[in-house]
Design a protein around this ligand. Structure first.
Ligand code: PLP
Length: 387
């Protein structure tokens, strides 16, 4: 299909996919092959070896690229595989500026894996563009943006941050995992590339781990492809099939995630046991106006703080029945977690507290269940856990 002629909802179902010419199979088959017959030495039909390319992966790459409004897509065996690929572009001595409350695994790969290869990382409050600009150095080659941030749901101005990166000759890459292209398209706002954990909303059913990079820059895509093949963090065809099945329903799922999250955020904000709610859709959110401009809706993640100890907060997240105590996010089922001991435990305590991730913080991925059941579930968990 010619992408430009179709709306997001249509592309999510059809982009990158045509019925199989030989059999008429409607869905992209799972091409369970490591290798492919060649018609003569070096004379192949587009595929030689599945680390380098696989037809199921090709369809997924085209689908994700189309949704992000990008020309080129590359898929990986995890979101960390995509992030690693971006870091592969850098050289010893290069400097990276990143949002201070990035996903814990992103912080870990930056500071515990690449730090030892003589790359330098600075974490700044990217909601303040002056702070981002002040962190730039001659050696800055990459600005890594996460928005909404994890888990405080801060909003970074993609347009302005991209300008800062470009004025300094650096690339700007946006991790769009939380928003998905249904709600936010960073390439349209000037970003050089978008990174995804497909494990989350894109897959949508908590049954697969995957990652993606999308760009409009052919040279950058070639580099991504070189490292994708050289490092080998590529997804298997079954995984690609599952994500392709997920992206077909992305728009309807996201609508319901957003609706449920907005209602729960308002309910939590009015609740006596809750001291603060982090949700960009709330008017009380400091970046609500920017979120309204930059995003089409506010997403399915809600974080909130209770005046409670680490132990009491642990009780709350353990006492829920509908919300499942688990890391990750973006599936149809609601998940709840305590960042201090779970997703963000890899960040040293002092740094974690300085970034505002206090012990009483709870992060919830709001699923698409009945919102009244979700409220009742939290209410009974609060009653059981708080004195
Ligand atoms: N980026 C964000 C915002 C995430 O939340 C995660 C995982 O939770 C990742 C990247 C890493 O993705 P994966 O777990 O698929 O490797």
């Amino acid at each position: 299909m010619d992408d430009e002629d179709y709306e997001f909802e249509t592309r999510s179902i059809h982009a990158g996919q045509e019925p199989d010419e030989e059999t008429g199979a409607l869905m992209t088959p799972i091409y369970a092959n490591s290798t492919y017959v060649q018609d003569g030495p070096g004379d192949h039909r587009g595929y030689e070896y599945s680390r380098t390319g696989n037809p199921t992966r090709t369809d997924l790459e085209a689908n994700v690229a189309s949704l992000e409004g990008g020309e080129y897509g590359r898929c990986f065996s995890s979101g960390m595989g995509s992030i690693n690929t971006v870091l592969n572009l850098l050289e010893a001595g290069d400097h990276v500026v990143a949002s201070e409350d990035v996903y814990g695994g992103t912080h870990r790969i930056f500071t515990q894996v690449y730090d030892k290869y003589d790359l330098e990382f600075d974490f700044v409050d990217m909601t303040d563009t002056d702070e981002t600009a002040a962190a730039m150095k001659d050696s800055t080659e990459l600005v890594w943006v996460e928005t909404p941030t994890n888990p405080l749901l801060n909003i970074v101005d993609i347009d302005a941050t991209t300008d800062i990166a470009h004025d300094n000759g650096a690339l700007c890459v946006v991790d769009n995992t939380f928003a998905t292209p249904y709600l936010q398209r960073p390439l349209e706002l000037g970003a050089d590339a978008v990174s995804h954990s497909l494990t989350k909303y894109m897959g949508g059913h908590s049954d697969v781990v995957g990652g993606a990079l999308v760009t409009n820059d052919e040279e950058l895509d070639e580099q991504f492809g070189f490292y994708q093949n050289s490092v080998g963090a590529t997804p298997g065809p079954h995984d690609c099939f599952l994500v392709l099945r997920g992206t077909k329903t992305l728009p309807v799922r996201m609508d319901r995630h957003c609706e449920n999250a907005a209602e729960l955020a308002e309910w939590l904000e009015a609740h006596d046991d809750v001291s603060r709610v982090y949700y960009p859709g709330l008017e009380s959110h400091p970046d609500h106006d920017l979120a309204s401009e930059q995003m089409d809706d506010f997403g399915g993640m809600v974080s909130f703080e209770m005046d409670a100890s680490l132990e009491e907060t642990a009780d709350v997240v353990s006492e829920t029945n509908v919300f499942t105590l688990a890391e990750s996010l973006g599936g149809v089922e609601s998940l709840i977690e305590q960042p201090a001991t779970m997703t963000h435990a890899a960040i040293p305590k002092e740094e974690r507290l300085a970034a505002g991730l206090r012990d009483g913080l709870i992060r919830a991925s709001i699923g698409i269940e009945s919102v009244s059941d979700l409220k009742r579930d939290l209410e009974q968990a609060f009653e059981k856990s708080l004195n």
